[in-house]
Ligand binder design. Sequence first.
Ligand SMILES: [Mg+2]
Length: 282
Amino acid sequence: MKIILFDIDGTLVKAGGAGARALDFAVETMTGHKKACDSIQLQGATDKTNFVNAFAAGAGRKPTKRELDTLTRKYVDRLPHEVLRSVKAKKYLKVKGVEKFLDRLAGRKDVLVGLGTGNLKDGAFIKLEPSGLMKHFAFGGYGCDSHHRSEVLQKAVQRAARIARTSIKDGEVFVIGDTHRDVEAAKEAGYHSGVVLDGFGDRALIMRSNPELLARDFSNMKPWLIWLGLEKDPRGVRRGTYICPDSPIEHAHYGRTGLDLRDIELGMRKLREAKRKAAGKK
Ligand SMILES: [Mg+2]
């Protein structure tokens, strides 16, 4: 059994800033402070953490338990309105190719698809509602489960195990997100990690977090399916060494899938051509 956990914001949909506006609204009604979210980093953190930070930005102190509950309620009450505003302004978008990708996964009996998101459960459903993607997600781990993203993911896997009525090994879990925090949480829990670059993540931080798969979006399903082990790489996997004469790099090791290898071969050909040209000009 393979468990695939999707982050929401920037991975499935982009809600056009609806979450931040709803949180700004909630903080403003409680503290009078406008645009609290401008001064905090929302992406990749759980809602719980964001709520505490946004309240603190407005009030100059952390919220009490009761204040946090009120803030949460105000946020959830306001969110549908803000999501609708994004839809009307055509700022609510689905990440490219995600619908077809999910349809494809839905056809597999050996796959369970769920959510692994920092959103509160209520917030997650509200944000996904206009996308029509909700039907694909039978379970999930949510921001209300824990402050820590890795625990959110583990909670999702526990729920998956209950549904599948089997135990699930860490190596069978694949986490798909759009920030380095998704990757770090996946690694912390011992799961696989893949990232879409077209979301809200910081590229340099994503690179540093070193996910197993990087792709712009889901418009090309092939690398995703190969990564998930649901399709074989038509060109197989090759490992070896390139020798790079006359360059500061003596040789480079590679262990790439055949699809990746095409890029390397193309790069090598270009390098050789450039060298030939340079030599001819001398
Ligand atoms: Mg995200």
